[in-house]
Structure formats: structure tokens, C-alpha cells
Design a protein around this ligand. Structure first.
Ligand SMILES: CC(C)(COP(=O)(O)OP(=O)(O)OC[C@H]1O[C@@H](n2cnc3c(N)ncnc32)[C@H](O)[C@@H]1OP(=O)(O)O)[C@@H](O)C(=O)NCCC(=O)NCCS
Length: 195
């Protein structure tokens, strides 16, 4: 069993290891950089001063609170009711176990049903097939391509833009049997009535 909780200072040692893992960073839009722990401590402190515009959660095992991944909503824009999603499952052995899909569902639930957001967007490298599959499964729609925009391992690759709207989430969530336990159609009906 897994849950989200807010990122804590104690998580930084593990996160710093992940951020120095070239194979993991290869999947992300951000370039690989050598990052010492002080940089991550500043990054965390900066987050603590910007909690209105950013939400950073650790994906943890319920049993022992072990951190397995990181999921964030950044650039929270209250006028346009939008935010950007970022996710990584740190260790290879924990990938492909359903943890990423569950974390995305939980953060979208938080974004749409608690934070009153209407749109969550993300970017993904065109060759990150697993991430694209997971995003599409979770209801994200591809909106565009920025061609050869990202320099990775000596070559330029395309970046894909994806987004999900609140109404897509509410409809999609009801179809996902593995997301069970919530009556999303109830929210959807309320949402449609209010519109
Ligand atoms: C991408 C990521 C978040 C997905 O989380 P995850 O926990 O590994 O994914 P899940 O186990 O929930 O789901 C994996 C799904 O992808 C499918 N899959 C696995 N490898 C695949 C591939 N090469 N191509 C297409 N689909 C693939 C699985 O079959 C599964 O599909 P299903 O749920 O329909 O059966 C995680 O793998 C990760 O952090 N990777 C490294 C960093 C990264 O890529 N972050 C995203 C940057 S945009």
C-alpha cells in the first residue's frame, strides 16, 4: 500500500541520490547535472517558502514510510486554475509496479477536488514510452509537440505536451476500476450541474 505525504527534509538524502542517477534523469526533461546535497537543501527551503505555488509530495510505503518516488504540482496558477505535474519513481525495482499510476490518480484527485484546479499539464520526452502510456491511461490528452527541443545524451529529441481537464478526470476516474472506492460520478454530476 502506498500513499502521498508532503515532502520532508529527511527525504533529501534519497532524493539527492536519485538526482545523481544519470539513467533516471535521462527520462526527464531536465538535463543531467551533478547536484550536491547543499543544492537540494536550498531547493527544499525554497519550496517551503513557496508552498502557495508548489505542492511536493513523497510517494511512500504505508508500512514503513519508505520514500519510493516524488510527485509535484508546480506553477500553480489560481487565475487560470492550472498547474504542471512532475513525477519520478526513484528506484528501477519500484517502477512498473502500479505505484506511478496510483500517485498520479491521487495528485489529480487533490488538484481537482481540493485545490479547485481545472487543468493539469505536463511535458514528456517523445521516447519515454512508459510515461506516455501511463499519462494516457490516466486520461491525459496529447496537445502538441515541440520538435527537437531537448538535448539528451548528445541528440535532440521532441517534447510532447499533455494535459487533463477536470471534466476528463471525473469521467475517466469512474472507468478505472483500479481507482475504485470513490464515487467520481457524484462529483461529475455536481460539477455539470454547477456549470
Ligand atoms: C514513468 C513512471 C512515473 C511510471 O510509473 P510506474 O509506477 O513505473 O508505472 P505503472 O506501474 O503505474 O504503469 C506502467 C504501465 O506502463 C506500461 N509499460 C511499461 N513499459 C512500457 C513501455 N516501454 N512502453 C509502453 N508501456 C509500458 C506497463 O505495462 C503498465 O501499463 P498498464 O498499467 O496498462 O498495465 C515511472 O516509471 C518513472 O518514474 N520512470 C522514470 C522517470 C520518468 O520517466 N518520469 C516521468 C517523466 S515525464
Amino acid at each position: 500500500m502506498y500513499r502521498l505525504r508532503e515532502l520532508e527534509r529527511k527525504d533529501l538524502n534519497i532524493i539527492n541520490k536519485w538526482r545523481n542517477d544519470a539513467e533516471l534523469i535521462e527520462k526527464l526533461g531536465a538535463p543531467f547535472r551533478f547536484i550536491n546535497l547543499d543544492v537540494d537543501v536550498s531547493w527544499y527551503e525554497n519550496y517551503m517558502h513557496n508552498r502557495g505555488k508548489v505542492i511536493r509530495c513523497a510517494i511512500v510505503s504505508v508500512d514503513d514510510d519508505e520514500i519510493l518516488g516524488l510527485i509535484s504540482l508546480t506553477t500553480i496558477d489560481s487565475i487560470n486554475q492550472s498547474a504542471e505535474l512532475h513525477i519520478m519513481i526513484g528506484n528501477k525495482k519500484n517502477q512498473n509496479q502500479g505505484i506511478g499510476s496510483l500517485a498520479i490518480k491521487k495528485i489529480l484527485q487533490h488538484a481537482f477536488l481540493n485545490m479547485n484546479l481545472h487543468r493539469v499539464e505536463l511535458t514528456v520526452l517523445s521516447d519515454n514510452d512508459r510515461a506516455r502510456h501511463v499519462y494516457e491511461k490516466c486520461g491525459f490528452k496529447k496537445e502538441g509537440i515541440k520538435r527537437k527541443s531537448n538535448f539528451k545524451n548528445g541528440v535532440f529529441v521532441d517534447t510532447y505536451f499533455y494535459a487533463i481537464l477536470k471534466e476528463d478526470f471525473l469521467v475517466n476516474a469512474d472507468k478505472m476500476s483500479t481507482w475504485g472506492g470513490h464515487r467520481y460520478s457524484y462529483y461529475y454530476t455536481k460539477h455539470s450541474e454547477a456549470a
